[in-house]
Design a protein around this ligand. Structure first.
Ligand SMILES: [Ca+2]
Ligand SMILES: [Ca+2]
Length: 517
């Protein structure tokens, strides 16, 4: 009769054993602790949810797997062993850490393995290691890798990302949408799609690009663009930005008053390759929606550039960045006005500094050397692009470039210059064949287009001082300095058009001016 109870006793013993094991399990998860109150937690989310403003949540051990949300003004601090930081792991789903409260600090953690969006067109923001939609966040000494996006910042003001490693994320390392006064300082940002991207914030959580397939949406897109919050007053400084796929640092869509300074930007498009298939898919889809041929949605000349500012990025400073050995240009400026590009050493890129359809920029004191094609180039391959105007270039030191200086803005185009763009014109194929075959047809049909292409001019000197060209700084090369002041009385024509530097400098003179504060 007592036999059945024996089994029951064993079961109870088992339960008791489980209970005895309890404190052991708690000890392991005592890895999560409210450092302010001393309370320990089994789960990180419990600790974050119960914390009050001003408290510190300490994390060790791990990996802690899940999606974590911070809705209070707390600090989340990793307590690692030596150089190993405790790990938050998204388990391949969602954003790993989401910040929705002001003044949050996250430090000394590794954050990895977010979900990966299957949207091939980048229309949605997708999942991130850290997603911030709040003011005044501080992220420091983090390692973010293997996420879809490293950090996504949606709006907000006054957040800082510093001293962190942001590596090998599928999309951008740090993506800022409509941010104000954020500081991105002293990070290493390696082998992401783009290292740091700065863009506008649209209200409906995606690029309005996504709805281009719907013709009725065009007006809505325009309205959204007008409402969208641009990025302003950001500081991107002292980062190493290496080996990212498309661009090292990019800024677009009316971003303004950015300061991009003292960064080292190299091996863009080389350590990680730009995803050509992805680009063509995206381009085709966008173009089909717009009824275009699909050529030129993405500017191929800019791919692999170290620093790329485009689409009305204005009133910004790009200074003292070391930009070298990038697949594309060192610094590419497209459709962007009133920026200052100053004192950057730009070496060993395809082009050094490249401007397309950009006006009233100041480009001075840059050292532009050993770039394969042009050192400083104004005007791209597309003859239909609006010429750049009123840029001022002074005290730049150009040496060892394929062509030191090039400026096609002042050239008046002929009908034959347009031969190369016939493919992209919105005409039926038989008309294009006529255009290709018959000059008088080209004259008749493209003449009006030419009338609209007014040449422009840029200043390659300020009336007293121009730039130094190593192929025009000695008497044998045409440099004439009768009064010995280091400034040539003979001007140097700039290849590609009609521009002239009226006051070229010799090497000693440009060095002396550039050394001045
Ligand atoms: Ca020389
Ligand atoms: Ca002189």
């Amino acid at each position: 009769m007592r036999q059945p109870y024996k089994g029951l006793s064993l079961a109870i013993l088992g339960l008791l054993a489980g209970a005895v094991c309890g404190p052991v399990a708690l000890a392991a998860s005592g890895a999560i602790r409210n450092g302010t109150t001393g309370e320990t937690f089994d789960g990180l989310q419990d600790a974050l949810s119960s914390a009050r403003d001003g408290e510190v949540i300490e994390v060790s051990g791990g990996p802690h797997t899940g999606n974590f949300l911070i809705e209070h003004r707390v600090s989340l601090s990793g307590r690692g062993q030596g150089a190993d930081r405790p790990v938050l792991d998204g388990g391949g789903r969602g954003s790993v850490l989401t910040i929705r409260a002001e003044g949050v600090v996250v430090e000394d953690l590794e954050i990895r393995h977010s979900g990966k969006g299957d949207d091939p067109f980048f229309f949605f923001w997708g999942d991130a290691g850290v997603s911030v939609a709040a003011d005044g966040a501080t992220l420091k000494n983090l390692r973010l890798s293997g996420n879809d996006w490293g950090v996504v910042m949606l709006g907000g003001r006054g957040s800082t990302i510093e001293a962190s490693q942001i590596e090998d994320n599928a999309r951008d390392g740090i993506a800022i949408f409509g941010g104000r006064e954020h500081r991105i300082v002293g990070n290493s940002i390696l082998r992401n799609e783009t290292g740091v991207s700065i863009d506008v914030l649209h209200a409906d959580r995606r690029s309005p690009f996504a709805s281009l397939g719907d013709p009725a949406s065009v007006a809505r897109i325009a309205a959204e663009n007008a409402k969208a919050q641009r990025s302003e007053d950001l500081l991107i400084a002292r980062n190493e930005v290496r080996g990212n796929g498309s661009y090292g640092i990019s800024a677009t869509w009316h971003s303004r008053r950015l300061t991009i300074e003292d960064n080292v930007v190299h091996a863009t498009g080389i350590e990680r390759k730009h995803d050509v298939a992805q680009m063509e898919l995206m381009e085709k889809t966008a173009a089909a929606s717009l009824g275009l041929s699909g050529i030129g949605v993405i500017d191929r000349e800019a791919i692999g550039s170290g620093i790329y500012i485009l689409c009305s990025t204005e009133d910004s400073l790009i200074a003292r960045n070391r930009v070298f050995d990038n697949l594309g240009a060192g610094i590419f400026v497209s459709g962007s006005d009133r920026n200052e590009i100053r004192a950057n050493p730009v070496t060993g890129n395809a082009n050094g500094i490249f401007l397309v359809s950009s006006s009233a920029n100041r480009i001075n004191r840059n050292t532009v050397a050993d770039n394969k094609a042009e050192g400083i180039r104004i005007g791209g391959g597309n003859p239909l692009a609006t010429p750049s105007a009123d840029n001022l270039l002074t005290l730049n030191d150009m040496a060892g470039n394929g062509v030191n200086a090039f400026d096609s803005s002042g050239r008046r185009l002929t009908v034959d210059d347009l031969s190369g763009v016939i493919d992209s014109l919105p005409y039926p194929e038989p008309v294009k064949q006529q255009l290709r075959a018959n000059r008088s047809v080209r004259e008749a049909m493209l003449g009006a287009m030419l009338q609209g292409l007014v040449p422009a001019s840029n200043r390659w000197d300020d009336g007293g001082h121009g730039n130094r060209y190593d192929d025009f700084d000695e008497t044998a090369e045409g440099f004439v300095d009768a009064n010995g002041d280091g400034v040539s009385e003979a001007g140097r024509p700039i290849e590609g058009g009609t521009a002239i530097d009226h006051h070229p400098l010799d090497a000693a003179t440009v060095a002396r001016f550039s050394a001045a504060p």
